[in-house]
Write a protein that binds this ligand. Structure first.
Ligand code: C6P
Length: 418
């Protein structure tokens, strides 16, 4: 089952040097080759400015104050929601719920939707590519309800094995929870095809878009997914704010996740009625500055152009693969550059990934080493950890060169030590 999506239709070349000037950290630490954006990105000045403006000029709580600065804060918070809805082409702004991060968005669905839609012997289909955030909430739901988890496996190239999908789906399947892009292998999954198959079997689809929304244009109407989750901090936005998109008809029928202020219509001594979506899912004072910052992030990414970001990352990926392949004893995991987005995972024979990371750090090259919160995938790859370099709009060919030079130095150092 394959699907071609053109992520590059409105592409124009990036002026990476100008982009780097938007990010204060590159002036602060000039030699920094930051290759860990899949964990958390850097922040452009415009996003910090938007949050500073809130704190300096209209800080107040939202949805309750009957005075000017509170109305301004409410207005900016709701404008951020509109911007996010436009970014992912959500049909309605009310289908965008602000959460803390991808993890919370997925937990919200697992608790709320899961509590009324999953019963004993129902099946939830996951894939071997999932991050723990899209595994553990479903394991917890399965333990609560007696439902079963089924796994779609990956091929040797790190692509999903779609030949298995139809055998996995049955009238018992209630949900497929799948990542759009693997945070370890970078594999871009053909979500539209998965959604078509799931819907034909009467199942819903939740897409973990933590590694896709930041990197290319994601359109929830085109995907026709039922839920989609992502985090602000992986797309140049602040920490502490994330998004859950859900189709209206599903969100409206779901019970609240957390109870408290802001999510109610009326409260009696023994019972309450709840606010409409999205307020029903935003109990308590939300991350106001962060949501406003996320709005500024959407403006920034839209102005740069997600198609351009994707093409730039593709160039870096291709170059990185070519250069890494020349290093002795290297194993690169996952598919070819054109089948993936933003990350390259690898190991070098005889050097532990943590040692690689430590040595690269001494050369001001920041990468991630470890299991990347994907332990079942590590088991499948038969490794305990990998080294992972991940790219974003501010990375350059020189960053890749510095990575490769650092790896060669690591090899020399380790050979001398042994
Ligand atoms: N991956 C990485 O270095 P949170 O922490 O909730 O913002 O994102 C969780 C998450 C969910 N799904 C995917 C595909 C992810 O990549 C992540 C976060 C980071 O790969 C931290 S482990």
């Amino acid at each position: 089952m394959t699907q071609k999506t053109d992520y590059t239709s409105d592409y124009r070349p990036l002026d990476v040097q100008a982009i780097r000037e938007d990010f204060p950290i590159f002036a602060e630490i000039p030699p920094l080759a930051f290759l860990d954006s899949a964990a958390s990105t850097q922040t452009p000045r415009a996003v910090v400015d938007a949050m500073d403006a809130y704190y300096d000029t209209y800080r107040s709580n939202i949805h309750r104050g009957i005075y000017r600065i509170s109305e301004e804060a409410t207005d900016q918070y709701e404008k951020a929601r509109q911007k996010v809805a436009r970014l992912i082409n959500a049909p309605r702004t009310t289908e965008v719920v602000f959460t803390r991060n991808t993890t919370e968005s997925i937990n919200l669905v697992a608790y709320s939707w899961g509590s009324v839609n999953i019963q004993q012997a129902d099946e939830i289909v996951l894939t071997e590519l999932e991050h723990h955030s899209n595994l553990v909430p479903w394991q917890m739901l399965a333990q609560r309800t007696g439902a079963n988890l089924r796994y779609l496996e990956i091929t040797e190239q790190g692509l999903l094995d779609f030949t298995q999908l139809h055998d996995l789906l049955s009238e018992k399947t209630k949900l497929i929870a799948i990542t759009h892009v693997s945070n370890v292998l970078g594999t871009i999954n053909p979500i539209q095809s998965v959604v078509e198959a799931a819907h034909a079997a009467g199942a819903k689809v939740l897409v973990d878009a933590a590694q896709s929304v930041p990197h290319f244009h994601v359109d929830v109407q085109q995907l026709d997914c039922d839920f989609l989750a992502f985090s602000g901090h992986k797309m140049c936005g602040p920490t502490g704010v994330g998004v859950l998109y859900g189709k209206s008809e599903l969100l409206e029928e779901m019970p609240p996740f957390l109870g408290g202020g802001s999510m109610i219509r009326s409260v009696e001594r023994d019972i309450s009625t709840y606010a409409d979506v999205p307020a029903k899912f935003e109990a308590g004072t939300p991350s106001i500055a962060e949501a406003i910052g996320l709005g500024a992030t959407v403006d920034y990414l839209t102005q740069v152009g997600l198609a351009s970001i994707h093409v730039h990352e593709q160039e870096l990926l291709k170059y990185a693969h070519d250069r890494l392949r020349d290093i002795d004893g290297i194993t690169i995991y996952g598919p070819a550059p054109h089948q993936k987005s933003g990350v390259v995972s690898f190991n070098i024979e005889g050097i532990h990934p943590h040692d690689v990371a430590g040595i690269l750090d001494t050369h001001n090259v920041a990468i991630r080493a470890g299991h990347h919160c994907a332990q079942p995938l590590m088991k499948k790859l038969d490794v305990i950890a990998t080294v992972r370099a991940s790219f974003y709009l501010y990375n350059t060919i020189e960053d890749v060169d510095r990575l490769c030079e650092g790896l060669q130095k690591a090899q020399i150092l380790m050979t001398r030590r042994n």
